[in-house]
Every structure is written in C-alpha cells, then in structure tokens.
Design a protein around this ligand. Structure first.
Ligand SMILES: [Zn+2]
Length: 185
C-alpha cells in the first residue's frame, strides 16, 4: 500500500450523503497554529447543487506534506441538498498529501526525461503516474497533461468517482502557471 492510499479520505464518506471537496485559498501554516479556531472563508456556493448557503458542520483532520501534524479541515452542510462538504487548501487535490504542483512536476519529469524526481519516493511517483495513465485511458491517450489540468481533472487520481474538481471560487490558475515545452519547428 502506498502512502497516498493511506490518506484518511474514506472515513468522512457518509453513507447516503453526497460529500464533495470545497477547495479554498487558505494558509496551511495558519491552520496549523490556529487549529479549529482558524477562520475559514465561507464558500459562496454548494459544489453539489450550487445553492447559495453553506452552514458549518464540524471538522475532520487531514495530512498534508510539509505539515508535521494533521490539520483540522472545516466541513460544511448544504441545507438545500443536505450534502456535507470538506474544506481543503486549493493546492492539494482530494486524496493526496503532496501539492498538486509537485505531482505535476513529477509527471512532467517522467514525460520529458523518463525518470522520477530525486527528492520524492519512487513509490509515490509511480502511484501518481499510474493514476495519470488511468486518466488518459478515460479521456484519451492523445490528451496531454496540461490540457487535462486545464480541464480541472485530478490527473493522478485512481478514484472512479472523484476525477473532476468543482471549484466554487475562481480556479487556481497560478498553481498551474506552467510553460508548455518549447518544440523546435
Ligand atoms: Zn447543495
């Protein structure tokens, strides 16, 4: 079992209740120091039904690379569709401890140079690469990683249910401010 598969994602899935992620621009170091006292920005819409009200609904803890302890993520409940959503820093995809930009850098290294990034374990990167293969299988092998990212897909996921990000706020263009590889004419 890889580190990514050990991510505590499943316990927050409530039978019969829709659970999505609310991706928010937040500072992980401030969440770490403030704990449950951290003042989360209130999402403007429900990512399930796009209702305009979300109520606070407790907390769950999550691991993230670079943080020595688990961080409390605020949950939200939609009174319109009864879904319960979990907040998450916008830099981290659902189910992954590494930043999305790190995963992208690993995939790029593999695509361009056919090797893994040295600073990360091979096992984790192989897991991401396999997820990318699944995404390409679903969306078409000819689609490049940048196009998939621009379509707001979690390109490294192995999940069959949660492949697409539904941003309720502005998508994080700055995270994937990548430059396409320059090709000789
Ligand atoms: Zn809703």
């Amino acid at each position: 079992m890889t580190a990514e598969l050990e991510a505590p994602v499943i316990p927050t899935t409530i039978p019969g209740v829709t659970t999505l992620i609310v991706y928010l621009s937040v500072d992980c170091s401030k969440i770490s120091s403030a704990g449950k006292a951290f003042r989360w920005p209130r999402p403007s819409q429900c990512p399930n039904c796009w209702g305009l009200r979300l109520w606070g609904h407790g907390y769950v803890s999550r691991y993230f690379d670079g943080q020595p302890k688990m961080l409390w993520m605020k949950r939200w409940r939609c009174p319109e569709c009864a879904a319960v959503h979990t907040s998450r820093p916008i830099e981290y995809w659902r189910g992954f401890w590494a930043q999305a930009a790190t995963i992208y850098a690993s995939l790029r290294e593999r695509i361009e140079n056919r090797r893994w990034l040295q600073e990360l374990s091979r096992q984790r990167q192989e897991y991401w690469w396999k997820g990318f293969g699944i995404t390409q299988f679903v969306r078409g092998a000819h689609v490049d990683v940048e196009s998939l990212l621009n379509s707001h897909l979690i390109v490294a996921t192995h999940s069959l249910h949660y492949r697409e990000i539904r941003y309720v706020e502005e998508p994080p263009h700055r995270i994937f401010a990548f430059t396409p590889p320059v090709r000789a004419p």
